[in-house]
Design a protein around this ligand. Structure first.
Ligand SMILES: [Cu+2]
Length: 474
């Protein structure tokens, strides 16, 4: 492990200690104090994260070593080692997530954030997870994709009693299979997932695995979606398909952190989908291989190169590439509606409509009226039109050449020669070598050649063969 990463880890732990809050819910009751203390003595204190920044990788201080992941705008949950068992404490609770600066949404999540923290363990680890329910209704956690005893699978009613409000349940199993997994409730699922309850789980291989390569950078994030009416603060929970806030880890572009790598790094990106639709995830400038699915690492003989991989509902895809092209490369969902924020759905097509005169008339009764979309929608990236309070702009993000006209599921993959190993900081805009940027043609214009009008003015006729024609009869 490079020494630099150890320093980062120390800083991370120090930061965490200052952010750490103690689980003291029951201790507030004077009468129950002694009981509460002894009952809590067995629980690891939950770590609460207040920052929406991408936390540095959490280098393991106990247990088998591994190369940790970096969760975009997220963090990894520290554990306590007790008699050889890794103990984690998740607290299901209402949280306020900053989806983008100035846009805060009332969600439900874990340990202060939605999504919850990433859980990282090693194949063969015995894992004990305490789950405390501070929601206003019961919950469970399902460990999506794991091999485990049926009674630990977390489907309320089927595998266990739902965890009542205020109670703590404990899950315990061995992490048998290396790979990328997710966790989410299996109790009032539609509501609890629409409110943001989910997280990632990474099980690292315990020894060198023939189908798992050692990488320089290992990123992960979840695809999630919300329906938040512009100007409101709480997601609508009955929405089935018409979501308007398309997120990576409950953030929208330009508030999604960039993926910053060093030139020629081997990079792994793990993406899980807990929305209600599929997302074709597209990376510019590089080809990648899909090296893992929910079923674990893919055998190398089954892999082929892609630039887009579809991540269906409830699926996980793990891609790998060598970042050997320097620059700023877009990475996004290829459904263009998913790279827009709220208001993207109900705006009529205005292209080609002549509004001259009409705007002035409307402005007499509605002075704030603005014309939208007469020449396409690109103007909206620049207009800075007034939007309701607590709403993400429909599309924003400014690059060195102007507005990107993007929102939602979009970020930038930044490849730099001088990005230090272990440094995940945003290096800023790419400095394009001279003469390598598309620019205006300033040479002589091409002569305009028009075809001569045809002398034949007779009408074209279409000949249709009817089903009763030869060969079609019975
Ligand atoms: Cu999408």
């Amino acid at each position: 492990m490079p020494p630099q990463q150890h320093i980062e880890k120390k800083e991370f732990m120090t930061n965490n200690n200052t952010r750490r809050q103690f689980f003291a819910g029951a201790a507030a009751s004077v009468a129950g104090l002694a009981v509460a203390r002894s009952a809590l003595a067995g629980l690891p204190e939950p770590v609460i994260q207040t920052s929406v920044d991408t936390a540095p990788p959490l280098i393991p201080s106990t247990g088998r070593p591994y190369n940790p992941v970096v969760t975009l705008n997220g963090w990894t949950l520290p554990w306590r080692m007790k008699d050889g068992v890794k103990e984690f404490h998740l607290v299901a609770e209402p949280v306020v997530r900053e989806v983008s600066p100035g846009f805060k949404v009332n969600m439900w999540g874990y340990n202060g954030q939605s999504p919850g923290p990433t859980i990282e363990v090693v194949e063969g680890d015995r894992v004990r997870i305490f789950v405390t329910n501070k929601l206003p209704e019961h919950t469970t956690i399902h460990w999506h994709g794991q091999r485990l005893p049926s009674g630990m699978d977390g489907v309320g009613g089927l595998n266990q009693r739902a965890i009542p409000v205020g109670k703590t349940y404990v899950y315990e199993f061995e992490a048998r299979r290396p790979g990328t997994f997710m966790y989410h409730p299996h109790a009032d699922e539609m509501v609890q997932m629409a409110m943001g309850m989910m997280g990632m789980w990474v099980t690292h291989p315990k020894t060198k695995h023939p189908h798992i390569s050692e990488v320089d950078r290992d990123f992960c994030f979840l695809l999630n979606a919300f329906d938040v009416e512009p100007g409101s603060k709480t997601p609508k929970i009955n929405t089935m398909l018409d979501f308007n806030i398309w997120c990576w880890n409950s953030r929208v572009f330009p508030a999604i952190d960039t993926l910053n790598v060093r030139l020629n790094d081997r990079v792994r990106i793990r993406v899980g989908n807990l929305t209600m639709t599929n997302h074709p995830i597209h990376l510019h400038g590089h080809e990648f291989l899909v090296t893992g699915t929910d079923g674990g690492p893919t055998p190398p003989s089954t892999r082929w190169y892609e630039v887009t991989t579809d991540v269906a509902v409830g699926q996980m895809r793990q891609i790998e590439l060598i970042a050997d092209e320097e620059g700023d490369w877009a990475m996004h969902c290829h459904k263009s509606h998913h790279t827009m924020n709220a208001m993207g759905h109900e705006v009529p097509t205005m292209i080609g409509v002549d509004h001259r005169g009409l705007v002035r008339k409307i402005q007499k009764v509605a002075p704030d009226y603005m014309l939208m979309g007469e020449r396409g929608m690109a103007d909206m990236g620049e207009m800075q039109m007034p939007i309701p309070d607590n709403t993400a702009p429909m599309m924003t993000g400014t690059g060195q050449f102007g507005p990107l006209e993007m929102g939602g599921m979009f970020t930038v993959f930044k490849v730099r020669k001088d990005q230090k190993p272990g440094d995940y900081k945003d290096p800023g805009h790419y400095k394009f070598p001279e003469g390598t940027v598309a620019q205006e043609w300033t040479g002589a214009p091409l002569p305009v050649v028009r075809p001569k009008a045809s002398a034949d003015t007779s009408q074209a006729t279409a000949k249709a063969i009817k089903p009763s024609a030869k060969g079609m009869s019975h």
